[in-house]
Design a protein around this ligand. Structure first.
Ligand code: ADP
Length: 497
């Protein structure tokens, strides 16, 4: 029997937009919230939003947002009865999850055991192998002998991918095109894995040349029920990191969606999963799908799923953490409409997406039908150098994909940010691209189509405005008039940096 408990106060062990996102739902449910913050974040928006807030240390995350002992201390001091880890930081740290529960506090997430199994790519492949889940051709044991690796690669065929078992964030992966390069690449991958993760284990799998990245949102309760909330297509990535996401995918049909959903449930069952989680698949050009990994937490891009299902994933996470059964069944879930999300990063697409720091001199949000912004900043705030440079997530919803896309383009136009470079104009480029419009794109979108010059290419509409402006100025000068902006909308005058 699962004992049910009522959560009255949640500490969110995170910062920025996700901390606020979680607190919003908590507030709707009448649950008190506690923020933690580092020295760099004392005036941050998530601190202002929370009912209570505590400093947990200096700016570097290792000394603050990752300081487990201090966070537990705050929980006890403020009588917190649950911790929500958000994403990143301690969200996939099984030691932290265990520390939280050992101290009699509810961890809003899966069991420490599930986090541990899914945190190791090889352990995950092994757990999943007993379920009917398609895997990328390859091996599911650590390989350290070069001759064995050569044997395996011959069997599966080139190109192959050497992957670190403990890998994450795209690190410790090496593509090998031919046998001559295998030994050297393997050595490199192993030493990279050892220095990045303290574990040199690598394995070999088939490299899928033009994959789409499609993931399934699942949620389970502590009574053994697991449902899937359909897919998100996150194929538009830069540096193996997502930048545009959508739900549903433009390419799946209902049968494929169901097959992937059921496979994702198999992955969840393989580790007795409860809470919200995401099962990632790569999908080849024939739309065959293969299990990649499971993320045992709420995902950055969860809002697109919320928009098309009408479900609040954080509310459901809290509900199952309290020990209640899920509030909906698989057959009650339906896809309605289409949602897009773009990640607005303080990054410069003109310099290979290098992070940019500085002050948000202008920061005006888009509004209107079908627009949602999840952010953690206000005008005048600095983007700290210590953390992920994401400013916000801009989400649009429409009755269909085209309406969501047009709304996104309109919202990007309305969004005014100055003081730092952002990914807004890159996202606008991506959403206007023929490959995106037709749905025929893969994870190589940026490599294939994007160069910084495309951002400066003439936009016929803007050109018209420039011509109109120029002739107006000449006219006014000719009449000895002062140059005034009135009569021209802000939109027309704005030049995007
Ligand atoms: P990480 O944990 O480092 O994020 P993943 O296994 O999730 O590693 O892979 C990250 C990205 O690398 C995927 O989104 C996909 O674009 C690419 N990738 C991973 N495995 C393969 C593969 N076998 N073939 C082709 N691309 C792959």
């Amino acid at each position: 029997m699962i004992e049910t408990k009522t959560i009255k106060k949640i500490l969110v062990s995170n910062r920025g937009e996700i901390a606020i996102r979680v607190m919003r739902t908590a507030r709707e449910l009448g649950i008190k919230t506690v923020a933690i913050y580092s020295d760099a974040d004392s005036t941050a928006a998530h601190v202002k939003y929370a009912d209570e807030a505590m400093n947990v240390g200096p700016a570097p995350s290792a000394q603050s947002y990752l300081n487990m002992d201090r966070i537990i201390e705050v929980c006890k001091e403020l009588n917190v009865d649950a911790v929500h880890p958000g994403y990143g930081f301690l969200s996939e740290n099984s030691t932290f999850a265990k520390m939280v529960t050992d101290n009699g506090i509810i961890f809003i997430g899966p069991s420490p055991e599930a986090i541990e199994v899914m945190g190791d790519k090889l352990a995950a492949k092994n757990a999943v192998s007993k379920y009917n889940v398609p895997m990328v051709p390859g091996v599911n044991h650590a390989v350290s002998d070069k001759d064995e690796a050569i044997e395996i690669a011959r069997e599966i065929g080139y190109p192959v991918l050497i992957k670190a078992s403990a890998g994450g964030g795209g690190k410790g992966m090496r593509v090998v095109e031919q046998e001559e390069d295998l030994a050297e690449q393997m050595e490199r991958a192993m030493s990279e894995a050892k220095s990045a993760f303290g574990n040199p284990s690598v394995f070999v799998e088939k490299f899928i040349t033009q994959p789409r990245h499609i993931e399934i949102q699942i949620i389970g309760d502590q009574h053994g029920n697991v449902v899937y909330l359909f897919e998100r297509d996150c194929s538009i990535q830069r540096r193996h990191q997502k930048v545009v996401e959508e739900a549903p995918s433009a390419v799946l049909n209902d049968a494929q969606r169901k097959a992937m959903g059921e496979a994702a449930i198999g992955v969840a069952k393989s580790c007795d999963y409860y809470g919200a989680g995401t099962v990632e698949f790569i999908v080849d050009e024939n739309l065959d799908f293969f299990f990649l990994e499971m993320n045992t937490r709420l995902q950055v891009e969860h809002p697109v799923t919320e928009e098309i299902t009408g479900k609040d994933l954080v509310a459901e996470q809290i509900r199952v953490a309290e020990g209640h059964p899920l509030s909906f069944k698989q057959e009650e879930l339906k896809i309605q409409g289409h949602a897009l999300e773009i990640r607005v990063y303080a990054e410069n697409p003109r310099t290979n997406f290098l992070p940019d720091t500085g002050k948000l001199q202008t920061y005006k949000l888009p509004q209107g039908p079908g627009v949602r912004v999840d952010d953690g900043y206000e005008e005048g705030m600095d983007i700290p150098i210590y953390y992920d440079p994401m400013i916000s997530k801009l989400i649009t919803y429409g009755a269909n994909r085209e309406q969501a896309r047009l709304r996104m383009l309109r919202a990007i136009e309305e969004y005014e940010i100055s003081g730092v470079a952002t990914t807004l104009d890159f996202c606008s480029f991506a959403l206007k691209h023929e490959a995106f419009i037709s749905g025929k794109f893969d994870t190589k979108f940026v490599e294939k189509y994007f160069t910084p010059e495309v951002l400066d290419e003439a936009d016929p509409e803007k050109e018209q405005i420039a011509i109109a402006l120029a002739s107006l100025l000449i006219d006014q000068k000719a009449h000895g008039a002062q140059i005034k902006n009135e009569g021209l909308s802000k939109w027309k005058l704005r030049v995007k940096d």
